[in-house]
Design a protein around this ligand. Structure first.
Ligand code: SF4
Length: 388
């Protein structure tokens, strides 16, 4: 897509813009998590930047000086990324906010506060989203989170500002979904384009980001629909694939697989089904809580598991032939859910492959071989069905 060059340029300009904003007295809050309502940070007049990095072995090694090597590789790299403090974006972060959806993120928050002398704000997240008590707890936690930011930075959550922020973020979510839906059938808009655009939004100014998204959707609508193609249609699920972690994506596409969808928390999932019924901190909190739950939250009844329900819905939407389920080393939440997810999908006739990996390049060849065999299996299966 032509718009990508413009978006990438704006992302590379962003650290200098943040420096200017800080010079004018603004505070930049780097956040990580799944249930952290970014629009609250925005409505408070602070500058939210979603952080996350992957695929860099050296940063993982550096991170291991601060956290056990038995923590997930994503968290190890995140700590290395903050410790190194060389990325122009990370240099502009004044404070960090983490939610406790995954306990490893919570651990990262504690260590950032302890080692790097930064203000850190933590949003508590209940383990079971379905109880009224849990919803009350999350509303109170969110109100408390806002009050901490208000007290620290002398700001106030005003009703009008919050309404405007919710409206802006809702429009952003709508456009992201529109773009994601177009790529499913498009010959010229790839899932990778959309994934890149989603991740560009981590850092860009939100009003400008909405404008860029609108331009992207207009451009995407102008492209032709895909002719029937033989390429196996692959859906990505499992652990996070943050900016910089492109090993698996590159292998799949190089071997001729066409990625058509995902349910990753670094991808489309956080933007789906967010219905904010009341423009208050509590109302926003409940909107976040009622989305598809993150895989790190325990839920034992598979028949009513909303994570599985959403996965099946996205698989139908994307008409995927197979799921590549990506698990990162020591990412227990998604590794533990791999087998149950496999059983459910295989029962529904969907091919499933788990790829367990980390940020080292030593397993590239092995992954290449497994993906190649998986794509061949899908092609043969599709062919057999057509002959029958
Ligand atoms: S969900 Fe997995 S990858 Fe993400 S922070 Fe938790 S353990 Fe790490």
């Amino acid at each position: 897509m032509n718009i990508l060059t413009k978006i990438q340029k704006r992302v590379s300009d962003r650290p200098a813009e943040l420096a200017k904003l800080r010079h004018q007295g603004k505070t930049v809050v780097g956040w990580s998590g799944y249930n952290l309502p970014e629009e609250l940070i925005y409505a408070l007049g602070l500058v939210p930047v979603r952080i996350g990095a992957g695929g860099n072995e050296k940063l993982v090694e550096l991170g291991q000086r601060y956290v056990s090597s038995h923590n997930c590789v994503y968290i190890r790299e995140l700590l290395g990324y903050i410790a190194e403090n060389k990325d122009p974006l990370i240099q502009q972060i004044d404070a960090y906010a983490f939610d406790a959806t995954c306990l490893q993120t919570f651990r990262a928050a504690e260590l950032v506060e302890y080692y790097f002398n930064k203000d850190v704000f933590i949003l508590g997240v209940p383990r079971n989203f379905y109880w009224t008590e849990a919803q009350d707890y999350f509303v109170k936690e969110t109100e408390y989170f806002v009050s901490l930011l208000e007290a620290k930075y002398g700001v106030k959550l005003e009703d009008q500002k919050l309404k405007e922020a919710i409206s802006l973020y809702n429009k952003i979510r709508e456009k992201i979904l529109e773009l994601y839906t177009i790529q499913i059938e498009s010959a010229e808009v790839s899932w990778m384009d959309v994934y890149g655009i989603i991740q560009a939004g981590y850092t860009l100014d939100k009003a400008e980001y909405l404008d860029l998204l609108e331009q992207a959707v207009e451009e995407a609508k102008g492209y032709a629909k895909e002719e029937d193609s033989d390429a196996p249609r692959i859906f990505l699920s499992g652990s996070i694939l943050p900016p910089g972690d492109s090993k698996l994506i590159n292998i799949i596409t190089k071997l001729g697989g066409r990625i058509v969808g995902d349910d990753l928390w670094s991808g489309i999932l956080p933007y789906l089904d967010l219905d904010i019924k009341e423009a208050t901190a509590g109302g926003v909190a409940l909107g976040y809580l009622n989305r598809t739950p993150h895989g790190a939250l325990p839920y034992l009844e598979l028949e009513s598991d909303r994570r599985i329900k959403k996965l099946k819905e996205l698989l139908r939407l994307s008409r995927a032939n197979g799921v590549v389920y990506h698990t990162l080393r020591y990412c227990d939440p998604y590794s533990f859910k791999s087998l149950e997810t496999k059983h459910i999908l295989v029962d529904e006739g969907i091919q499933f492959l788990e790829i367990h990996t980390e940020y080292a390049s030593s397993d590239t060849e092995a992954i290449h071989t497994r993906i190649e065999a998986f794509l061949e299996m899908i092609e043969n299966n599709v062919l057999t069905k057509e002959v029958v």
